[in-house]
Design a protein around this ligand. Structure first.
Ligand code: NOJ
Ligand code: CA
Length: 548
């Protein structure tokens, strides 16, 4: 196991869309091994790989059928071990995705649990009787749509699923289940894995006694979050999990949607860091719509998390992942200013305190893939929404496709664009999901050969970051907090003070600050005279050393 440090960068890859080596149209383990040198050249210290376990793929691997078996299309055990060894040779850690809140409904554990009320695994999932009127135990809605309960004839009971019916929730109150999970995690550690990203980990404890209905504000179902998210027992279970497994020395990051700063401080007892989503939820509107981000609100959120965790916990810094649309589409410019905006957004995020996570393609300033018909869509969440909105007559097909091209998870799940060749150099076969239409302009080959590319900027940014101790341990303070166009902050430790200034708009702006203008530029995405005239170019970002 490799030891992790606080100044390294994690690269997230979506295995089915990273690189295909055998022409079946699906990325594979061999493809990851092949590209390790690319990742090394970026300055990456660890890779987080989305689930590669055996799965019916109802939710792209987040429905695990067998935790101990790799999905056949990804490759063999030998190829996996070779990938780990090759990564370690390059000092790159391997972080696996662990899905411990739920399994697939095809997992043998669930098949057994659902077969009767008396079998050995009867309590491994969450079973309840329906209401006397024949409806589910509660009115909670599942995150991917519909009721959170599904009826099972064999038991004449319902099982709980926070996500889809294909993802029944595990019962962490059951000791045998917990022990089975712990043993499985240890087997992966024994195989050389260095850490884990824990999927939906803040959902593992639920409010079930007494079990009550929620309040319905809109639609048919009540919000499930108050009953299943960030419950105190989650910490009890995680402490047990840690003692039995991660305490051996793993890097851990938990996914904790809707977690508050106080939740994060509690999770810090059990995990190295969590992903919280406040900053990437600000453009989300009802009915798959988007709205503009309020910059003042965004920077206040940054400050809240930076200061709230300072000295007590550790942030995970990210803009993108496989559940998020591309950040350039959300907050930058997709056209002439694409590269400046991509570089600015990177600067804005990655000089804060925490571990930087980047998602494949982000280092190219990739933009959302667009979808023009139903058969291009793969995501279960969107397919369910199609039934509700299009089949249900709420939105036209055209309008729905427009909205999901802005907001759906598939927008960033399409293959990595390696070159301007066939299928963006991702596969010789037929890709499992469409290729981003922009691959001829935005790809690794083109950006590697050009010194001012987004890719080379990311490399420079990570190299600079690695040299500055202030980025690791400096205190955080916003500059000009009420400014609605610029995000600026300083970081300060005993050695140094740096300032980061980001023009979040497509306009030229004046940002006069003598203290900044007396400093020395460490990094900028646009060469100009900011120090002399205080003028920021559209989407300009500058990192300034204030003490030299
Ligand atoms: C969060 C994962 O990132 C997402 O892709 C998945 O659908 C849900 N958890 C359920 O596992
Ligand atoms: Ca393949």
């Amino acid at each position: 196991m490799l030891k992790w440090t606080k100044n390294e960068v994690v690269y997230q890859l979506y295995p089915q869309s990273f690189y295909d080596t055998n022409g079946d149209g699906i990325g594979d383990i061999e493809g990851i091994t092949t590209k390790l040198d690319y990742l090394k050249s970026l300055g990456v210290g660890a890779i987080w790989i989305c689930p590669m376990y055996d799965s019916p793929n109802r939710d792209n691997g987040y429905d695990v059928r067998n935790y101990d078996k790799l999905q056949i299309c990804y490759g063999t055990d030998e190829q996996f071990d070779e990938m780990v060894a090759e990564a370690h040779k390059r000092n790159i850690k391997i972080i696996m995705d662990l899905v411990l809140n739920h399994t697939s409904n095809e997992n043998p554990w669930f098949l057994q649990s659902s077969s009767s009320r008396t079998n050995d695994k009867a309590d491994w999932y969450i079973w309840r009787d329906g209401k006397p009127d024949g409806t589910p135990p509660t009115n909670w809605g599942a995150i991917f749509g519909g009721s959170a309960w599904t009826y099972c004839q064999q038991r004449n009971q319902y099982y709980l699923h926070t996500f889809s019916p294909y993802q029944p929730d595990l019962n962490w109150q059951c000791d045998e289940l917990k022990n089975a999970l712990f043993a499985m995690v240890n087997r992966w550690i024994d195989r050389g894995v260095d850490g884990f990203r824990l999927d939906a980990i803040n959902f593992i404890a639920k409010d079930l006694s007494p079990i009550v209905d929620g309040e319905i504000n809109v639609g048919e179902y009540a919000d499930i979050y108050p009953f299943v998210a960030n419950k105190p027992d989650a910490h009890k279970y995680l402490a047990e999990l840690k003692a039995a497994t991660f305490a051996r020395g793993c890097l851990t990051v938990g996914e904790a949607s809707s977690a508050t700063v106080s939740d994060a401080l509690l999770f810090a007892n059990e995990l190295d860091m969590i992903f919280q989503f406040e900053h990437v939820a600000m453009d989300i509107a009802e009915d798959w719509n988007v709205k503009p981000v309020d910059i003042v609100k965004l920077k206040k959120s940054f400050a809240k998390w930076q200061n709230g965790l300072f000295g007590r916990a550790w942030n995970a810094l990210f803009w993108e992942n496989h559940d998020q649309p591309r950040i350039v589409t959300r907050m930058g410019d997709e056209n002439e200013l694409r590269e400046s905006s991509a570089k600015m957004l990177a600067t804005c995020m990655y000089f804060m305190q925490g571990t930087p996570f980047i998602y494949q393609g982000q280092e190219l300033g990739m933009i959302n893939t667009r979808f023009y018909s139903k058969n291009e869509i793969r995501d279960i969440e969107v397919r369910n929404a199609w039934t509700k909105y299009v089949d249900g007559g709420l939105l036209s097909e055209k309008e729905f496709l427009k909205r999901i091209s802005r907001r759906s998870r598939d927008t960033a799940r399409t293959p990595m664009c390696w070159s301007d060749g066939k299928n963006a150099g991702f596969t010789d076969g037929t890709p499992w999901i469409k290729i981003n239409d922009k691959y001829k302009q935005i790809n690794v080959a083109e950006q590697s050969s050009r010194s001012d590319s987004v890719l080379n900027y990311y490399k420079a940014l990570f190299a600079l970051r690695a040299k500055l101790s202030v980025v690791v341990d400096g205190a955080f303070k916003l500059i000009d907090e009420q400014n609605a166009h610029v995000i600026a902050y300083e970081r300060k430790n005993v050695e140094q003070t740096i300032a980061v200034v980001c023009n979040m708009t497509a306009q030229r702006l004046s940002f006069i600050d003598e203290r900044l203008q007396r400093g020395k530029i460490l990094l900028t995405n646009i060469e100009n005279n900011y120090l002399a005239d205080g003028i920021l170019a559209p989407y300009q970002s500058i990192v300034i050393d204030l003490e030299s």
